[in-house]
Each structure stands twice: as C-alpha cells, then as structure tokens.
Design a protein around this ligand. Structure first.
Ligand SMILES: O=C(O)CCC(=O)C(=O)O
Ligand SMILES: [Fe+2]
Length: 343
C-alpha cells in the first residue's frame, strides 16, 4: 500500500518520480532526497519479506503453525521460515536439542548393547539395505523415521511423497582419518558426465530437491572434534570441486565442520559437497543417517526392509514402499496424517 508520504511527494511534484501502474509503484531511488531515501530504506527493512502466516503455501504445509510461534521465541531454529531459508542458502541445516537427554541415552544404550566391533577402516554400522539395519535394534530408531521435527522440513524439500532410500550409522575413534569430499548431484558428482539432470532447481517459489540426509547426532561433533563437514552453498555451484580443495579440505577455508551437539539433527542435500572430517575427539563419534528421496527416485535397486520385530505406524510404513510416481503410485505422507504433524 502506498503511504501518505508517497502521495504528498507526488503532489509537490518533487524529484521523487514516483508512479503507480497496475498496483506497482515505480520509484527512481537515485533522484530521491536524502531524508526520503532514508525513510524508504527503513520502511523496506522493517517490512517482512514474506508474510509466512498469509502464505497459502505455508498454510497447506501445516494445519497449525509449528509449536514455534511465540512459545519458543528463544529457539529461533524452530521457525520453519528461517529453517527453509537457511537450508536453501547453505545446503544444510543444524537443529539443536531435538532429542531429549532421555531419548539420546536410550539410543546410545541400544547401540552399546550391539557390542559393535571397534571402529577401524569401517566407519559404518547398522547399514541397510540389505535388511533393516539398525531399525531392528528397537522402536526408538524407528520413531526417528517420521519425527515431527523433521517431517515439515522434509516436506519443503521433497514434497508429500518420499521414501527411505538407505540408512547407516557412523562411528569414529580418535585419530581416524577423513573421507573424501563428494556430492551425489551436480558438477562435483561422479556421474556429472551423464546426461545433465536437474539437481537443485528452484522454480515457482519451491525448491525441488531429490535427496535429503537426516543425521541424528548422538555424540558432540564440530570443529573441535571432526565429523560431518561441507562446503556451505556448494549445492548451487556450477563448477567441479577444484583438486586442491579435494586434496586438503582441512586447509580450505570454505570447508567447515558445523557444530552439532549430541541431540542435534543435521539435514543436508546430497547435492552439497560434503564429507567426513578426521576425528580428533576423545569421545566416540556416533551419528545415525537416514537418507530420504522423492518417491520416484532411487539410489540403489535394493530396498530397506521393514524391521521384523518392531511394529511401525502406517505413516512409517509408507517410507518403505517401492518407488513410484508421487500420488499416482505412491501415497502422501501428509494427507490423513494431520494429527501426526504437530505436537
Ligand atoms: O556425516 C558424515 O561423516 C558424512 C556422511 C556422508 O558422506 C553421507 O551421508 O553421504
Ligand atoms: Fe555422502
């Protein structure tokens, strides 16, 4: 809406050269007087860029806003709009305090009970496919599949229909070496010579992104310890990763190890150039990775199997479906599951 000041400016015939056509105001900012320019600048910065509550897209995503608004004002990372912006900007997102200390202790205890071999060359545990991997180790692992904190974020990335493509845990002991930086889509991917696909297109105000990894952090990771590392923003890069960064990522300022205390979740797109930094922590690294993709995409021809000993919810079971065209051959994870979408 035009303000009082705009019409007054026009009436005076000042140098503002403001005009309105089809509801859009045209202003030649170069010709505005200093005070007028200052006032407009302040107005622009005070106005929210997107009014989330009025956005119909947002309203279709959530029946009620997340438990965020007001109630959790001090936990800004619960704001879905902020999460959306940062995930798109960086290609990854860390949300702290998603797991309670009790949930964390339970998951770690269940892993301890497995008496896994000491991590060495192999840094992975509980992988699937084949089989069900660590999902068979108990219900708490299955509850993470459709955790209410991650589902709205996955919906932004993957739409209403997505599947669980693969899972594995990662564990590391002090002194274990780094892994190579890589991206599964885009210029840096090993298949970049193939027919170009669309790996991170942004169209019609929606991100369509095929693969998202959800990493549940069960012990502190970050710059002091090692663990997940990445090049923020690299999911949008048009150029292949230069050799010198690939060879010594630890010397490249663009490679970061995001800080993620135990109980956090790290979400990242597989189009992001990412990897595993050498582990320097005195404690064991423990993370659980759940990899989701849009329903019509697959990484491998094998499937994660339903765990035989844990009863899943109908919504969780959808994640194990064979690939299929969204909605036509693959059901929505949100329609009919509204009660599971908010706390
Ligand atoms: O968390 C990590 O160490 C990175 C794992 C990884 O490369 C991946 O999930 O694709
Ligand atoms: Fe990876």
């Amino acid at each position: 809406m035009r303000g009082k000041h705009d019409s007054a400016t026009r009436r005076r015939g000042s140098a503002a050269h403001a005009g309105v056509s089809a509801g859009v105001e045209h202003v030649n900012y170069l010709k505005l007087k200093k005070e007028e320019l200052q006032k407009r600048t302040i107005e622009i910065f005070e106005k929210p860029l997107i009014n989330v509550t009025e956005s119909s897209y947002y309203n279709t995503l959530l029946e009620k806003p997340l438990e965020t608004q007001g109630q959790q004002a001090n936990n800004v990372m619960n704001d879905i709009e902020l999460q959306q912006y940062l995930f798109d900007l960086q290609g990854y997102l860390v949300i702290e305090n998603v797991l309670s200390p009790e949930e964390l202790a339970t998951l770690n205890r269940l892993i301890d009970q497995q008496e896994l071999p000491t991590p060495g060359k192999v840094q992975r545990f509980g992988s699937a496919p084949d089989g069900s991997g660590f999902l068979e180790w108990g219900k708490p692992f299955c509850e993470l599949l459709t955790h209410q904190k991650i589902m709205p974020i996955l919906r932004f990335r993957l739409g209403d229909c997505f599947r669980l493509d693969r899972i594995y845990g990662m564990y590391m002991r002090e002194g274990m070496p780094k892994g190579h930086l890589h991206a599964d889509y885009g210029a840096t991917s090993s298949t970049s010579g193939a027919q170009p696909g669309e790996y991170y297109p942004f169209r019609d105000n929606q991100v369509t992104n095929g693969f998202v990894v959800v990493t549940w952090v069960l012990s502190d990771t970050g710059p002091d310890y090692g663990g997940f590392c990445c090049i923020p923003g690299s999911h949008k890069s048009n150029f292949k990763l230069p050799q010198q960064i690939n060879q010594s990522p630890e010397d490249a300022p663009c490679v970061i190890i995001p800080s993620a205390p135990a109980g956090s979740v790290i979400l990242f797109t597989e189009a992001l150039t990412h990897g595993t930094a050498a582990w320097r922590g005195k404690h064991e690294r423990r993370s659980l990775l759940y990899k989701y993709c849009v329903s019509h995409m697959v990484w491998t021809s094998r499937r994660v199997q339903l765990p035989a000993n844990v009863e899943l919810t109908p919504r969780q079971e959808i994640l194990f479906s064979d690939p299929g065209d969204p909605h036509r051959f693959f059901p929505s994870l949100f329609e009919g599951f509204e009660s599971e979408q908010v706390a």
